[in-house]
Design a binder for this molecule. Structure first.
Ligand code: HEC
Length: 127
């Protein structure tokens, strides 16, 4: 006798698909902590993927490349340097010591480095 409570083959397949979709959404849909912080505090100047915002560059009256955090000169810098610039600011870069915790600053430095890696990986082969 077939129990109505046990899912049929199609039912199992359906549940399996739902679980799979849920897991995919969890791993790819979720923003990292650093990414969220970047959107809130840094995006307006440093732009999408930290490539520098044209608008911000205009209003700050500087070359947009100054706002690009994925350029070679910044890739060369240490995590410590990034964290110090974020905390203390420099020139027209505001300091964030008061509004961010040490852990948040660490997460931001790591997020910038992950963007730098993605960028370097993308452009290297064409050189
Ligand atoms: C008001 C615009 C503005 C905001 C907001 C801002 N920055 Fe900046 N940032 C700048 C400018 C301008 C510079 C270049 C400063 C200079 O002349 O040294 C800079 C430089 C930096 C540098 C050093 C890059 C280098 O060339 O050495 C880092 C790292 C950095 N910013 C990260 C961040 C992070 C992370 C945030 C968010 C918490 C942030 N910035 C928010 C404008 C901004």
């Amino acid at each position: 006798m077939k129990s109505m409570l046990l899912p049929s083959g199609y039912g199992l397949l359906f549940l399996f698909t739902l679980t799979l979709l849920f897991l995919v959404e969890r791993s790819f849909g979720a923003e990292t902590v650093g990414q969220k912080l970047f959107s809130t505090h840094c995006l307006r100047c440093h732009g999408i993927n930290a490539k520098g915002s044209m608008e911000a560059a205009k209003s700050l009256k500087m070359d947009p490349s100054r706002l690009d955090l994925t350029k070679e000169a910044v890739v060369q810098k240490s995590t410590q340097y990034l964290k110090q610039r974020i905390a203390d600011g420099h020139g027209k870069m505001p300091q964030h010591r008061q509004m961010l915790t040490r852990n948040q600053i660490q997460a931001l430095a790591q997020y910038i480095q992950s963007l730098q890696k993605a960028y370097v990986h993308r452009v290297k082969p064409t050189k």
